[in-house]
Design a protein around this ligand. Structure first.
Ligand SMILES: [Zn+2]
Length: 195
């Protein structure tokens, strides 16, 4: 810890005293150092635990808790239909908000670029935005037709083979009209035709 080396024999006396002072300081600071190195360990473990708890499967459910079926409960009972209606409505609400937000944002921005070069970049940006909005609008339409399926008791069964699509798959993909097997088969067929 001594910062100075004794430059000569004459100075060795004063060097001794500074050395002594240095060790005193070192002794003093030692306990606080040890305490500092001990402290962060228990705190480090906490955030990972909290993170794991926060990231559940509820993200894809648009804020709605996963459905817990009761024993002997019929598939697509009224309660289950309510559950999926809720998910679809929440999802639709999110999409509509998103569409509104970008439309008003684009209106605000549109007038702000007198420079042609800036305008070109802006137009590129806008067309990308518009494509995204278009996708979202199509999705909203799909959600609407899915809600209609629920009303007509036609929701939750595979369009191709008639089997139950299943609660968990529908929670992950609320607009699904095919069971996982038919969907997989469809994707394989699609790949084969594009080769
Ligand atoms: Zn099927």
């Amino acid at each position: 810890m001594a910062t100075k080396k004794a430059p000569s024999k004459a100075a060795s006396k004063s060097a001794k005293t500074t050395k002594a002072a240095a060790t005193k300081i070192a002794k003093k600071s030692a306990p606080s150092k040890a305490a500092a190195s001990k402290k962060p360990n228990p705190k480090k473990a906490a955030p990972t635990r909290a993170k794991r708890a926060a990231s559940g499967p509820s993200l894809s459910l648009h804020g709605i808790q996963p459905y817990e079926s009761k024993k002997n409960e019929d598939y697509m009972s009224d309660k289950q239909k309510d559950h999926f209606r809720e998910i679809l409505m929440a999802w639709k609400g999110e999409l509509m908000e998103e569409v509104d937000r970008t439309m008003s944002h684009m209106k605000d921005e549109a007038a702000n670029f007198p420079d042609p070069a800036d305008r070109a970049t802006q137009e590129e940006e806008f067309s990308l935005e518009l494509r995204t909005r278009d996708r979202e609008r199509k999705l909203i339409k799909k959600i609407d037709s899915t809600l209609e399926l629920i009303e007509h008791d036609d929701y939750g069964w595979c369009d191709q083979c008639g089997v139950e699509i299943g609660i968990r798959r529908l929670e992950a993909r609320p607009t699904a009209t095919l069971c996982i097997d038919c969907k997989t088969l469809d994707e394989i067929k699609e790949k084969l035709t594009t080769i």
